[in-house]
Design a protein around this ligand. Sequence first.
Ligand code: ADP
Ligand code: ZN
Length: 721
Amino acid sequence: MNMYADVLVEIKAKQVDKTFTYKIPTSMQTKIQVGVLVVVPFATRKVEGYVLKIHEETPEFEAKEIISVKNDEPVLTEELINLGYFLKSETLCSLSSCISTMLPKALKAKEGVTINKKYISYLTLVNSNGNFNSKQQLIIDLFKKQQEILKKDAYLISESSTKTLIKNGNIKEIKKEAYRYQLQTSKLDSPKNLNPTQKQAIKKISSYFNTSKTILLHGITGSGKTEVYMNLISQVIAQNKTALVLVPEISLTPQLIARFNQRFKNQIAVLHSHLSDGERFDEWRKITNGLCKIVIGARSAVFAPLNNIGIIILDEEHSDSYKQENKPKYHARKIAIKRSEYHQCPVILGSATPCLDSMARALKKRYEYVLMDKRASGGTLPLITLVDMSEEAKNKHFILSRELEYKIIERLNNQEQIVLLLNRRGHSTIITCANCGFTYRCPFCDITLTYHKTNKHLRCHYCGYTKYLDDNCPNCHEKSLNYYGLGTEKLEEYLNEVFPTAKIIRMDKDSTNNKGEYERIINEFHEGKYDILLGTQMVSKGLDFPKVSLVGIINADNSLNIPEYKSNERSFALLTQASGRAGRANIKGEVIIQSFNIMHPILKCVVNHNYRAYFNYEMKIRKTLKYPPFYYLAQLKLKSQDINLVTKEAGKMKSYLEKNLSKESIVLGPSYANPFLVNKTYCYEILIKYRLDNQLIPTLTELDNIYTIMPKIELDIDLSY
Ligand code: ADP
Ligand code: ZN
C-alpha cells in the first residue's frame, strides 16, 4: 500500500508556507513517523522539512518520493504540531517560523548546522579467560567490581593493553549518549516547615490537579512562593507526572537552579539562553527521552517536549520577558494555558505584582486567586521612604540624596549589604560641547549616543553603532565636552569616590557579557565579598540576599517617564520588586526611592505596599483611555529605509483599516514610532483598540500578504502588545 507524508518544507519565501505531499518509499515506512525531519526534493533543490501528517490518500498530482530521514526520533510531537498551528493563528506568522521558534537550533529544519550527539565510551567484559600480562590483568580485574568501566579509566592503566583486549575479544566497547550540561550542586537546601499561609495555598492549588484551571498566586516578595512551587511539584511527580517551570531569563540564577536541583536531584533539565547549542540540544533530548521530570527554563521552554504534564508554573508572571519581541510575537502565558488544556493540568501564575490583565481575570473569577500576604521568614516588608530630588538638587546633591548617603554609611558600619538600582547602563547618556552646542547622535538612529567609559566608546543602544570618543569636540575642536545623564558606570565611579573603603560591584548587560560573570557576581555578593551591588533591573528580580538591609532606587522617574501605556504598570512592578530585595531574612529592611516627582500616585502605592490601590488607580486610567484589559490592542509597525514610501503607505494602511474593520474598533495613528529612526529605517506605528471584531484577523492577514510581497517595506504585527 502506498503511504504519503505531508511535509512542511523549510523555505524562506512566505508564499510556500504550506505542506506538500510526498510518497514514503517502502524502505522508509517503518522509520518515518509524524514529527521527524526529512529531506525532500523541492523544485530543483533538496530541502528539509517536518512530517506533519501521514496518510494513505493518493494526492491529486503525482507525489515525489522522500529522499531521506534526517533524525530517527521525531523532533515534534502531535501536541507541538498543534501548538504550531495555534501560534500561527495567534501571531499571523508563517507555520514554519512558528514551528522553528519552538525547536532548539540542532533540530530545526535547514539551519545548515549539524550538532552531533555526544557519546561516552564504556567497556564491558566478554571473556575473562586468556594469558594476560600484568597490565591486561589489572584491566580485567576492574570488572570484578563493576559491570562497565569508562574506557578512559582503562586507558589510564594502558592504552595498548586495552586495545589488545578489545582485539582479542576479551572486552567490548559500547557507546552511550552523554549530556553535556552539568548542573552545579551547592549547599544543602532542606524542605522548610511550611507556614500556615503556604499550606493553605498548596491545599487550594492542589485541589485543581488534573484540571486545566489557571491560578493566580499573588504572593508578596519573600512570601515563600518557591517553597510552594516545590511542594506542588513533589506531589505531581509522586503521581508520575511531569512539571514545567518558567522563570524570566534574569531569574534563572544559580541560586534558583541549585535550590531545585537539591530538592529534585537528577530529574531536572534546564533551558536558557546561556547554554551552548550542544548543551541545549542535549537538554532537549533528555526531555524527549523521558530522562527528566522537571523542566526549568526561560520563555521558549514553554515549548519543551514534556509528556504527561501535571503542573505548569510561570514565576514572575508579570515579567515582560515572557513576551517574544521578534516574530512570531507570542506570549508564553497564552501558550502555557493552551498546553494546560491539552494536558488537563493547572497553570500557576505567581507574582508579587500580578500584571493588570491577570488580576482583572482573577477578580472576574476567570482565574482562581490565591493570596500570600506575609513574609515567610516572619519579617515584615521594608519601610519605604520617598526623597524629593528637586530639593536635593538645590543642595548640590544630584546623584545621592543626603538621606540615602547617610543610610549607606550606616549600613557599611553595621556590615550589612546594600543594593542600588539605576535603570540605565553606560556612563553618561548625553555628550554635548559647551562651546558650540554639538551633541553626539547615532548616524543611523534618532537618538543620542551613550558614553561607555570602560572602553572609551560611544554606543547606540538601539543599533549597536560604536565610535571612539575624542577628548575634543569633533565640530569646533575645543576641549569642552560635557557629560550629562547618569548611567551605572558613572554611578559606580561616584560611589567609589564617596565611599572609598567600600567594596562595590556593578551588574548590568555590559559587566555580565562574559560567560559565568553574572553567576560570579551573584555568588560573591551572596558570600559577602562586596558591600554594595549596583545595577540595572538585573538586580531587582529573583535574588535572595539575606544580608541586604537597604535598597536605594536612584532615579524612579526613568521608568515612569517612558511614553508607553504600560509605563505605570512596569514602574510599579520594578519598584516593588526592587524594594522586595531588602530585609528578606531577619534584618529589618529599608528602601529609599529618589524621584523628581514624589507626588506621583504610583510612587505612593509603592511606598504603602498597596497593590490594590495601584490596581484600582491604573484600571480607572485604562478604562477611560480604552486600553487593556478593557480593550485588546494590536500594534502595527510599518518600516522602510525610504521615508516617502513608508509615509505614503502608512496613510494608506490607516484608511484601509478604517474601511474594513468594525465601526467599534479604534484605529490610532499613524504616528512616529519611538524612536522614529533605527538603523537607517523609518518606522510608523498604528494602534488598533478592539473588543470583538470579526473583521480584524482577515483584514490584518490581507495587509500582511500585501506587504510581504511589496519590496523595500516591512509590516510587523503584534497581537499581544
Ligand atoms: P518569593 O519567591 O515569594 O519572593 P522565596 O521563595 O524566595 O520568596 O522565599 C523567601 C525566603 O524565605 C527564602 O530565603 C526561603 O528560603 C525562605 N522561606 C520560604 N518558606 C519558608 C518557611 N516556611 N520557613 C522559613 N523560611 C522560609
Ligand atoms: Zn543607532
